[in-house]
Design a protein around this ligand. Structure first.
Ligand code: ADP
Length: 474
């Protein structure tokens, strides 16, 4: 029995103005999932009105008070952990490990920003004895957050937590494919004491709802995670409206493995680059660059492990039908070019995986660095390997991309690891598996976008600076 989910506006469930609901799909089985409100411009306007009335009082609370509410939201997500797991599992088919990671991280965002917001403050400026001058970090007011379908609750939490921590009110529009955990988040936030209107969630498509939301004159900032094409369109709207935007877009991130690397760990990391969320992560490391002398050996080890991965327990399906077709389109293109994958390269034709949108984890070995497979973001479990000759060659290939989201380097020569990390043109680089966490700022160079999420940098993106100067003249 499927359920219907309404919007969450001004602290309560609100039916869509259209009276209509949109179907969703369970990607692991292709069965119908729950239905979501089909939002339109009228719903966007209602949510914006709620946020507009709510943010000033919220912003006037102390950082300790706001932080406390964020902590209570974190506790509430934890208390409803299993519900989040099951809703997210239905919408995405993710593995237990991936679901646990994502929900834990969502909790961590609220805890982290609930704490660090208490240190978030302006500075005093020495203006001599005749004035007292200081800065304040003030919210924009009403912020529109638009998120994609690959890490649903996680990406909503990543943007919402810092935005509300600094005193904004938010209208969140999650992807129409994976909205339900965001609606639940908003309900729990209200129950946890977040004032009505500070977090509103409206559901529906980009064309009908998202575009109306970003065009609303009361929206003073946009945070978007998604495709380059939509990011570009939203950047144009933001430019025209003279409002700032954070854009977290695609990637084609390199993992660079030198011959002296800890191979067990490097191979495991290369496999997990396409296994985790079936490669549907903008920061997935999908270009494996290996030093020539060990290329074939490393590829053989990666291929062996990839060929053992089982659909279901080890990796989930592709989350949307359009994306499934897109990934299979790359396989067809490669076959047409005469490229044979070392493993994978097809959908499943039998067994339970054939019922869902599963594609085989795939490795194309020894691909030319400028091949379409090595240049375009496939957003599926597809790895290409490219040999390199030396450090300069590795850096050149790593940077031979329109993107610049993350990079990874594996070498026992730590100085070389740091040199290469500093030369990779990307927002986040990990050396020998160094962890990238809620504390580490995240965002793109080049076509991977601009602005930063995570870390205290995200709070700065959601705040604007005001200078205040008081004459001390008697
Ligand atoms: P994908 O193609 O991977 O679904 P999109 O970038 O199109 O990625 O979608 C990411 C998010 O952006 C989703 O929430 C989607 O509904 C929304 N979106 C898509 N087009 C627009 C648009 N023109 N205006 C606002 N939001 C949009």
């Amino acid at each position: 029995m499927t359920q219907r989910y309404s919007h969450w506006i001004n602290g309560r469930a609100e039916a869509p103005a259209s009276g209509e609901y949109l179907p969703t799909l369970i990607p692991a089985t292709r069965q119908p999932g729950d239905e979501i409100a089909r939002g339109n411009a009228e719903d966007a306007a209602r949510a914006v009105a709620a946020a507009s009335s709510a943010w000033r009082a919220w912003a006037r609370q102390t950082t300790a008070e706001r932080g406390e509410v964020l902590h209570r939201i974190a506790e509430s997500i934890t208390a409803h952990y299993d519900e989040f797991v099951e809703l997210e599992r239905a919408a995405t088919g993710k593995t237990d490990a991936q679901l646990t990671f994502e929900i834990d991280t969502a909790v961590a965002y609220f805890r982290y920003y609930g704490g660090v917001v208490r240190t978030f403050a302006g500075r005093t400026i020495d203006a001599g004895g005749a004035a007292h001058t200081y800065t304040r970090l003030e919210p924009y007011g009403v912020v529109a957050i638009i998120t994609p379908w690959n890490l649903p609750l996680n990406q909503s939490a990543r943007a919402v937590a810092p935005a509300i921590a600094v005193g904004n009110a938010v209208i969140l529009k999650p992807s129409e494919f994976t909205s339900i955990t965001s609606v639940l988040l908003a309900r729990l936030a209200t129950e946890a004491g977040l004032p009505d209107g500070v977090l509103n969630v409206v559901t529906g498509t980009g064309a009908e709802l998202g575009s109306a939301l970003v065009a609303d004159p009361a929206v003073r900032r946009i945070a978007f995670t998604g495709s380059v094409a939509t990011g570009r369109a939203l950047a144009a709207i933001a430019a025209n409206r003279l409002i700032p935007a954070t854009l977290e877009l695609g990637g084609k991130s390199p993992v660079v493995v030198f011959a002296d690397a800890d191979m067990d760990r490097a191979v495991a990391a290369a496999v997990s680059g396409i296994q985790a969320n079936s490669g549907q992560i903008c920061s997935a490391t999908t270009r494996l660059l290996v030093e020539e002398s060990v290329h074939d050996e490393v590829v053989a080890r990666v291929v062996e492990r990839v060929s053992q991965l089982q659909p279901g327990p080890d990796f989930g399906p592709i989350i949307t039908e359009a994306q499934y077709d897109k990934v299979l389109g790359y396989f067809d293109w490669a076959a047409g070019e005469g490229m044979t994958p070392a493993v994978g390269g097809a959908a499943y034709t039998s067994g339970p995986a054939a019922e869902g949108l599963f594609v085989q984890p795939t490795v194309y070995a020894g691909v030319a660095a400028d091949s379409k497979l090595a240049q375009e973001e496939i957003f599926g479990p597809v790895l290409v390997t490219i040999p390199f000759t030396d450090e300069d060659d590795a850096v050149r290939i790593a940077n031979n991309t329109e993107f610049g989201l993350v990079g990874a380097v594996w070498t026992r020569d730590v100085a070389r690891g740091i040199r290469v990390a500093e030369r990779i043109e990307a927002g986040q680089v990990s050396v020998n598996g160094g962890p990238l966490t809620v504390e580490t700022p995240f965002g793109g160079y080049r076509n991977s976008g601009y602005g930063r999420e995570k870390g205290i940098e995200a709070m700065h993106d959601y705040a604007q600076v005001k200078s205040v100067s008081i004459s001390l003249l008697p």
